[in-house]
Design a protein around this ligand. Structure first.
Ligand SMILES: [Zn+2]
Length: 324
């Protein structure tokens, strides 16, 4: 099976009340961990590439690695551009064989966001085969590669704008801001309450009222959540117990993501959680084996942790297991 776009995957996900994981990748071990986990769970999967990943690994390497994963697993896999900043980068990816792109003009004025998104959609939909396009309304706080929004400067999606935006752009899916955030430090401690027993921060709940209102205005239309790592504390603990220093790293609770996946959310983006799992595996390895210097040994442990994490996400959070 060749790479696929996200259209049919989202239709089925919407109908059956689950979401597809969109995992960021930038090296071979991460691609393998994600796709081997998806294979074992019999789940479709989206591999997404940010501008930072393109800079780090070069687009041609990423594309060939993802193609290798398709060949190796036989899974329906979407190769998606995460946070395309302008028309040119989207065009470049479409021409280079990506099956889905995101154009992110969410920081621009509404009319400008519409104009650029529409241009990308026209180009992507004219492509053979059809390339799906995701856009964004509202802005998330936090840092993701080149995308940086200060806490306090984020804004929730305004449901009054979504119908007009989707109608005028022809976009295939829409990322909305309902309180998720990029990075491993999603919320400032003063936004959270602290669990008196564990000392772990509990973040403010997602704005499900906005999600509900948006899905009422756009029946059957796939919604996307960015910044949806949960910063699983088991990995933070391993990192901190093996020489790391991640203080007050906090994410979106998994039960809230599960709830969103049952609603109109068809794609959930997960990046920081993979980084944390990889780092936990490597740190643990180095402390246990200070004499090791073969990268296959420690990166292999990191890969095993990422794979275990992705299986957990697919089965317990996204609900996309056994959906092929
Ligand atoms: Zn994002």
């Amino acid at each position: 099976m060749p790479l696929v776009n996200s259209k049919e995957l989202f239709e089925k996900a919407y109908k059956e009340g689950y979401a597809i994981g969109a995992f960021n990748c930038n090296n071979m071990e991460i691609v393998q961990a994600i796709t081997e986990a998806a294979k074992e769970c019999n789940s479709p999967v989206i591999l997404q590439v940010s501008a930072g990943a393109r800079k780090y690994a070069k687009p041609v390497y990423l594309k060939k690695m993802v193609e290798a994963a398709v060949e190796d697993t036989g899974l329906p896999i979407v190769l998606h551009l995460d946070h395309g900043a302008d028309f040119e980068i989207c065009k470049d990816c479409i021409d280079g064989g990506f099956t889905s792109v995101m154009i992110d003009c969410s920081s621009k004025p509404f009319e400008e966001n519409i104009a650029i998104t529409k241009k990308v959609v026209e180009y992507a939909h004219a492509h053979k085969p059809y390339v799906t396009v995701e856009a964004e309304l509202g802005t998330l706080a936090g840092i993701e590669d080149d995308v940086k929004v200060e806490h306090g400067a984020e804004s929730y999606t305004n449901p009054d704008q979504v119908e007009e935006f989707v109608k005028r752009t022809g976009v295939d899916s829409l990322a909305i801001a309902i309180g998720t955030s990029h990075g491993a430090y999603k919320f400032r401690p003063e936004q959270c309450t602290r669990d008196p027993k564990t000392g772990v921060l509990l973040p403010p709940p997602l704005r499900f009222d906005i999600l509900e209102e948006v899905s009422k205005r756009l029946p059957g239309f796939p919604i996307v959540l960015h910044g949806s790592s949960s910063v699983n504390q088991e990995y933070v603990k391993i990192i901190n117990e093996h020489g790391g220093a991640l203080k007050d790293a906090v994410g979106v609770p998994e039960d809230q993501l599960r709830q969103a996946a049952r609603m109109a959310v068809c794609k959930i983006n997960i990046d920081s959680d993979l980084r944390l799992a990889m780092t936990a595996g490597i740190r643990e390895h180095f402390e246990a084996h200070p004499d090791h210097f073969d990268p296959r040994q420690y990166i292999g442990d990191g890969r095993a942790y990422v794979k275990q994490l992705v299986k957990h996400k697919i089965t317990d959070v996204l609900g996309s297991n056994d959906k092929i």
